[in-house]
Each structure stands twice: as C-alpha cells, then as structure tokens.
Design a protein around this ligand. Structure first.
Ligand code: GDP
Ligand code: MG
Length: 436
C-alpha cells in the first residue's frame, strides 16, 4: 500500500554509509508521506524524531534506518491494553459494541461472532439498536448467514431491558461470548451517550469496543477520544480499512487515543476482519509479509481431518465434485484475496491483478457452480459416469453450451490427474518428467 511505498522511497534516499545529509533527506521524505497518509502530526513528529536519533546512534545506513523504523513503528502501535480478543475467566465474555451510525457496528458484530465461531466458541449476539427499524432485521440476517444465535425482542422499548435479558440467556445457556450491538447517531449527542452509559451500568461488560470508520480520517481519532472520555472504551476496531487509500489512521489512532487497536475491518463480508497485532502489521508495512497471521487464519478455517481425507482421495484419484465444492467454500471463509496476499512475503508488491480478484464471484467459478448444480448426487460422487447424453442434460440444465461443459469437465479431469501425480511419492519429480 501507499505507506509501504513511502517507506521504500524514504530508504532509497540514503546513498552512502554515514552520510548525514542523505539521512535528512530520508527523514524529510518519511515525514511528508506519513502526513499525506493521514498519520496524526504529533505521532509523525515523534516517530520521525526517534527514527533519526536511533539511526544516527547505530551508524547511518539503509539497514539501520529500516531497523530503527521497524522498532519505532512497533513502539507507536503498541498501546497499553489487551490485544485481539480476550476471554473472561467467568463466561460469558460480554462485549458492548459502540460507535456512530454507519460506522460498521452491526457488520463488525457479525464479523467478530464469525471469528469466534471459527475458533469453536459458542456466541450469542444481542440486537439492542431500537433506533432504526431495519437494524434488528439486519443483525438477524447476519446471524442466520454465519449460523450464530441471536437474542432480540420485538416488543421491548428499552435497550437496557434487552441487554439484561440477553445476558441472562447467555449465562443460563452457557455461551462463551455475548456481543451486544447498539444504536448509533450521526454525531455524538447526549441522549446516545446516556443510553450507552445505562446499558454499561446494567450489564457491566468485560470490554467496550468502539468501531471507528477509517474513511472519516482524522475524525475517527477525535470521536474515539470523545467516546473514551464519556463512556470509557477498551479497544478500537477500525472498519472499512479496505477502502482507505491513505491508511495512516491505523498508525496513529491508538497512539493518540491511548486505547489499543484490536481488529481491522477489511471488507463487507463476514471473514473480512483481522486481529491487529503490532509487530505483524509492521512486518507487512515493511513489505515483509505476515506468515504467522496467514497460518492463524488458515488454521481457523481449514479442518485438518477433512484436509487429510481430501488428500487421501486425491492420491487414489477419487477427488469428486462434492470435494471440490467443499474446498471452494473453505476458500471463501478465508476472505478476500487481497487480505491473504498482503500476508505473503514479497507478494504484496507483485500481485496487483490477483489482489482485486473476487474469487467467489468470478465468471469461471460461477460457471463451475452452475454445472455442478445441474448434476445428480451420483454424478457428483463419480465424475466418470458422465457420458455424452448426461453431458447434454447438464448443459441444458445449467444454461451452458455443450462446449463449455466439455471444457470444464476436461479441466477438472486434468486437474485431478495432476493432483494425483503430485501427491504420489516423488511427485515433484514426476511433474518435472511430465513437463520435459
Ligand atoms: P452501523 O450503523 O454502525 O451498524 O453500520 P453497519 O454495520 O450497518 O455498516 C454500514 C455499512 O458499512 C454497511 O454497508 C457495511 O457493509 C459497511 N461496512 C462495514 N464494515 C466494512 C468494512 O470493513 N469494509 C467495507 N468495505 N464496508 C464495511
Ligand atoms: Mg447497526
């Protein structure tokens, strides 16, 4: 992203060892680009001054500049408080979600529930936004989509009443986590603050999260500070980071507000939420990827037992269309391609076109899904059954031409052959021989 680019161009200003003039050029470049990216001016000043001092102390050079920048960025991003999601020793861990209207509270409540569900937690979400008619309905739809339980009460007039009842249910039915979605306003007002205050007093949450819209730039930092002052917040979740071309708010927000950034929202879909861990983010900003983050993400989504079953099937050449659909749905749980690619070292700069690819909604995948949708269960299990008359039936059922059907089936056959070869002993050698 833009900050990674600025770092690179700043570093490149340093030409020779012990060249003080070029260090000055590098820090000037760094300062300018951080400010342009919406990093708060106080944070920028502190960061640049510290980097300059540390580089001088260790001997001016590109390596020492980068090392200093890495250290100081990590310092700036590390704010006292919890990281990621923290479970209470006495469940249910109760979280109050707050923020202005449209900031992404309801969506983020769903994303957090999904994040926890993938980690095998029993989650209840509570619909306490009675301000807007559609708000409860929106949370209901999200809960249904991610298959998480929801507490709502269409008769209730008071968010406190609903929050209390939800907490009762969460205790009684042994939920691990209760997430309470609340109403927002277009701007901060006393009535909203009073309402949040009342809910807080009534249920005594373990933590209060503030959802900040990163597209509001410096205002995100200001409103977060006001919420901290008025009701007290324990963490900030920065939403819509995917649409933020500047990206600097993420660097200075926690430093300025004095509350740690806990998660970042990177898209509209449920998997598009990332835990914010300073040294991992710094690693990404420096273009070094984030292998730990990637491993964690895939571990939560990929069922190891199933993965073993599938690889056994591949070895036997029995990989069928049901397995394929299952693999596709696993892929979609990982979230956007963009979020994955930034975690792979060296790939973030290279893979421009793949980054923007919406894998699930690509024409290719849509065609394959249509084709599989027109197969009988037996045909999905045993692709070898597909004779010409069955293929004709599938073509007319799926709205594809016979040629398209043949092409996809041939690709599938080749792919499973290839996978079988690769998975057998000396697979790589086999492949190399095939390519000769
Ligand atoms: P609320 O009023 O605070 O509950 O906000 P909503 O959860 O209803 O979200 C408002 C809009 O922002 C919706 O259209 C969401 O899809 C969108 N949104 C929320 N989080 C993100 C995000 O991380 N990225 C993107 N691109 N859109 C988001
Ligand atoms: Mg809402």
């Amino acid at each position: 992203d833009s900050i990674s680019g600025s770092i690179k161009s700043a570093v490149n200003k340093i030409r020779h060892k012990d060249d003080a003039a070029s260090l000055k050029k590098a820090t000037t470049e760094l300062r300018k680009s951080l400010l342009k990216s919406d990093v708060h001016h106080k944070t920028t000043k502190e960061l640049v001054t510290a980097v300059e001092l540390e580089t001088k102390k260790n001997g001016i050079g590109q390596d020492s500049f980068l090392k200093a920048l890495q250290n100081e960025l990590t310092n700036i991003l590390t704010t006292e408080g919890n990281q990621g999601f923290v479970f209470s020793s006495t469940p249910p861990t109760t979280i109050l979600m707050t923020g202005l209207q449209g900031s992404g509270k309801t969506t983020t409540t769903g994303k957090l529930a999904n994040y926890l569900k993938l980690r095998k937690k029993k989650v209840l979400v509570a619909a306490c936004d009675l301000q807007r008619l559609a708000a409860v309905e929106q949370l209901k739809q999200i809960a249904a989509q991610i298959e998480v339980d929801i507490y709502f009460d269409d008769e209730a007039k008071d968010p406190v009443e609903i929050a209390l009842a939800a907490k009762e249910k969460a205790k009684k039915d042994l939920y691990d986590v209760l997430l309470i979605d609340t109403a927002g306003r277009l701007a901060i007002d006393e009535e909203l603050m009073q309402q949040l205050h009342d809910v807080k007093e009534a249920i005594n949450p373990n933590e209060i999260f503030y959802v900040a819209d990163s597209l509001t730039g410096h205002d995100a930092t200001k409103t977060a500070s006001t919420f901290k002052e008025k009701i007290g917040i324990d963490g900030v979740i920065l939403s819509k980071y995917d649409g933020d071309t500047k990206g600097g708010v993420a660097i200075s927000l926690s430093h300025q507000v004095g509350v740690p950034l806990r998660f970042i929202g990177i898209g509209e879909k449920m998997p598009d939420l990332e835990v914010f861990i300073p040294d991992r983010i710094v690693s990404r900003l420096m273009g070094a990827g984030d292998i730990e983050g990637l491993a964690e993400k895939t571990a939560a989504v990929i069922d190891e037992k199933k993965a073993k079953e599938v690889s056994k099937k591949i070895k036997k050449g029995e990989f069928n269309f049901n397995d394929f659909l299952e693999q596709l749905s696993m892929m979609s749980k990982l979230g956007s391609m963009k979020s994955i690619i930034g975690m792979i070292p060296g790939l973030s700069q290279m893979a421009g076109p793949i980054k923007d690819m919406d894998f699930e909604n690509s024409d290719e995948i849509k065609r394959i899904k249509a084709l599989i949708g027109s197969m009988t269960p037996k045909e999905r299990e045993t692709p070898s059954l597909l004779n010409p008359s069955r293929k004709r039936r599938i073509a007319s059922g799926s709205g594809l031409s016979e040629m398209q059907v043949n092409k996809i089936l041939k690709q599938f056959k080749n792919a499973s052959k290839m996978a079988k070869k690769l998975s057998s002993k000396g697979g790589m050698k086999g492949l190399q021989n095939m390519m000769k």
